[in-house]
Design a protein around this ligand. Sequence first.
Ligand code: AP5
Ligand code: MG
Length: 220
Amino acid sequence: MRLMILGCPGAGKGTQSQFIASDYAIPSISTGEMLRQAVTAGSELGQKAKSIMQAGQLVPDDLIIALVKVRIAQADCAKGFILDGFPRTLPQAQALIDAKIALDVVLELSLDDEEIVHRMTGRLVHPASGRVYHRDFNPPKQANVDDLTGEPLIQREDDQESTVRHRIEVYHAQTKPLIDFYQHFPVDAGLPAPQFYRVSGLGTVEEVAARVRASLKNRG
Ligand code: AP5
Ligand code: MG
């Protein structure tokens, strides 16, 4: 299954991708995680992306498209993959079509803007794996420590409230048009249209996961 998970910052894309990846034994590819790892490594890409991400803006399409193409050509993606955070603009969606990469499912996690800020400011991340926790809603077994490795958890630099608000604006302006794009997938794309599902991101992590599972199970 080739699935794309779409939704505003903090909708729970990373959290739900972890469950889908484990259910279907396919890798979850988060462009945000890949960029954060590049920033930590200090690579050329990381140096270009650092200040853009801190400001809550989008990294240029050409850089991201190249990154994703290399990643999904790797052997572990042969049986399928989850794209978390890509495509995020219409040119990125077009680049997938141009590369003849068809998606089977586009899953939108919907959530109101007000709910988002609270989720983001309590988020904790394990930098090496990208595993996501929340201080109150999805706490690690031991405070500030990753469940699997015992390594320390950190807060993301772009999770300050003012940056979160800007990321939400960027989502509405640049990423939300993809909902309409995938619901009315162009007939001249030369690829089958993906199935589109909208799942509410409200409720507990487990409630959302159950909704996601039910949608994916019912697909024809
Ligand atoms: P990215 O890392 O993709 O950030 P994002 O889209 O803003 O989304 P988040 O990761 O913040 O949220 P999420 O939906 O994954 O939520 P999560 O599961 O963590 O991108 C970061 C930056 O990289 C971008 O701003 C941009 O600069 C750049 N970038 C990345 N991709 C790009 C692209 N394609 N093009 C250009 N630039 C790109 O959940 C959030 C919190 O809520 C967690 O603490 C979690 O534990 C908690 N939580 C989750 N579900 C629930 C629930 N049901 N109830 C309560 N709490 C919950
Ligand atoms: Mg994420």
